[in-house]
Design a protein around this ligand. Structure first.
Ligand SMILES: Nc1ncnc2c1ncn2[C@@H]1O[C@H](COP(=O)(O)OP(=O)(O)OP(=O)(O)O)[C@@H](O)[C@H]1O
Length: 454
């Protein structure tokens, strides 16, 4: 059974600890009526994700709520079994083995969670809590025990020493969790996680529930522990200021995909994916001089049951690519969708930016036509709002013209569909799923057609 342990490859700092390839996790959607209405489609929580986690690093996973961060992390650890893909831990393929076979490896992989209270059994004393993983894995091993010490005494000594290591006191051994503050409880969780001497700790929003003043102290302790014990952290957080502070590398997730990955400084200083840019722009900045080029993210995250074709971010993307910028063949035009099958998209850059803004605004109904104005006044209002007074010429202009007619006739849905089908759906962003561009020398890579290889 413990054969797998003997197969583990030794790793040094910087070596690959986890190798994740094509990892996919779908959930069956709700049972019953809803499922039958939707044809029982799957929730595509994580879809074809590949990356490495390196020994000794802190890799942060960021993204909006529901984008699949926790599912990805749990699937890496095989707490959820993947729908497809591979996870190699120190050379061992985890997905091929049963839970029972993986059990001896689990002492190497521990977790701490957002709510330090919820993970501590209020009826157990601190000592029992910290020793619990050691008991589960029958640790310390005989050879790790001082001469003559019973296993029980050795556990007790290790628990007390770990309490000190995480910044608590040995005397707390006999206390109960409710006697501690939030920050102290998270330290208890750290002591428990470390008790089996792991090399990897999944930290799922570990400081989000703590006061800001306490967050930095706990993060500093985590940093010291990482150094002292050679730990690798996968750090899930929605708080980008915390991520900037703790992470060596950042993976940005959107709707089940990792859209950008790179060293923290590179991602923060030179974000490439429009989603990463929007996320960073959403961080409140105290310095108003830095807020010039902000593109706050708007619209809702689409459902992971029916994610958009092509790039999953394209329905909210401020940088949707002009259909005319890409050849017909590459765009893979879908005639069944097109309202207008345009032979050429003859828009210049400014006209495309105007058109894109118009398509998005109609889609979201984010403007109103002047009340009690006649048709030509309504038309003029739209043209001045979006096209600086005159709509583009050519085939694209005819489609826009038609859409404005529909708006004037108060047919918003029909105008939105026409614009989507004529422009958004004909972009390469809708037709083709972006494959991650090759990483640059620092390992920075991004999955966006703006960075596709020609
Ligand atoms: N057991 C499940 N059954 C069905 N759908 C699930 C299940 N667990 C998660 N999901 C769905 O999978 C998607 C990803 O969820 P996940 O919790 O991984 O996201 P997250 O980024 O960690 O979000 P948060 O930051 O809110 O924790 C969501 O749409 C969620 O509703």
């Amino acid at each position: 059974m413990s054969d797998l342990v003997s197969e583990l490859r030794p790793v040094d700092d910087g070596d690959v600890l986890f190798e994740i390839d094509g990892l996919t996790k779908y959930f069956r959607s709700e049972s019953g009526l809803l499922a039958s209405l939707r044809g029982g489609d799957d929730v595509e929580a994580v879809d074809d994700v590949s990356f490495d986690i390196r020994a000794g690093e802190t890799l942060a996973l960021v993204g909006e709520s529901g984008c699949g961060k926790s599912t990805l992390a749990r699937t890496v650890l095989q707490l959820l079994r993947p729908t497809a893909g591979s996870v190699r831990y120190r050379g061992v393929e985890l997905t091929e083995h049963s839970d029972a076979a993986l059990r001896p490896l689990r002492r190497n992989m521990q977790m701490i969670f957002q709510d330090p209270q919820a993970s501590l059994d209020p009826r157990m004393k601190v000592g029992q809590i910290v020793e619990e993983p050691m008991r589960a894995h029958d640790l310390p091993a005989d050879e790790a025990r001082p001469d003559g010490a019973s296993k029980r005494a050795a556990r007790r000594e290790r628990a007390m020493s770990l309490l000190e290591t995480v910044g608590l006191k040995r005397e707390y051994y006999n206390r109960y969790p409710h006697e501690f503050s939030g920050g102290q409880r998270q330290r208890l969780n750290l002591a428990r996680a470390l008790s089996t001497n792991p090399d990897f700790v999944l930290c799922d929003e570990p400081v989000s529930a703590l006061d800001v003043s306490v967050q930095a102290q706990v993060l500093n302790t985590m940093d010291e522990l990482q150094e002292e014990f050679g730990l690798t952290y996968l750090f899930i957080s929605h708080d980008l200021s915390v991520v900037r502070y703790v992470a060596d590398r950042v993976a940005v997730m959107y709707l089940g995909h990792v859209v950008e990955l790179g060293e923290t400084q590179a991602v923060f200083d030179d974000p490439r994916h429009p989603y990463t840019k929007a996320l960073l722009d959403a961080i409140p900045v105290p310095d108003p001089r830095r807020s010039t080029d902000r593109t706050p993210i708007d619209g809702d995250v689409p459902s992971p049951i029916d994610p958009p074709s092509g790039c999953r971010f394209r329905t909210r993307c401020p940088k949707l690519i002009d259909p005319g910028a890409v050849s017909f063949d590459e765009r893979n035009l879908d005639d069944s969708v097109a309202d207008y099958r345009l032979d050429t998209y003859d828009l210049d850059e400014i006209e495309w930016a105007d058109t894109r803004g118009f398509v998005r605004a109609v889609d979201r109904r984010s403007f109103a036509l002047p009340e009690s104005a006649d048709a030509s006044a309504c038309r003029a209002a739209v043209e001045s709002m979006f096209f600086d007074g005159s709509i583009p010429d050519g085939e694209a202009g005819s489609a826009i013209d038609d859409a404005i007619d529909r708006l004037v006739a108060d047919e918003w849905e029909s105008a939105a569909t026409l614009l989507r089908n004529t422009f958004s759906e004909q972009s390469i962003c809708a037709a083709v799923e972006p494959t991650p561009a090759p990483a640059d020398a620092s390992g920075h890579r991004v999955g966006c057609h703006l960075f596709r290889e020609e």
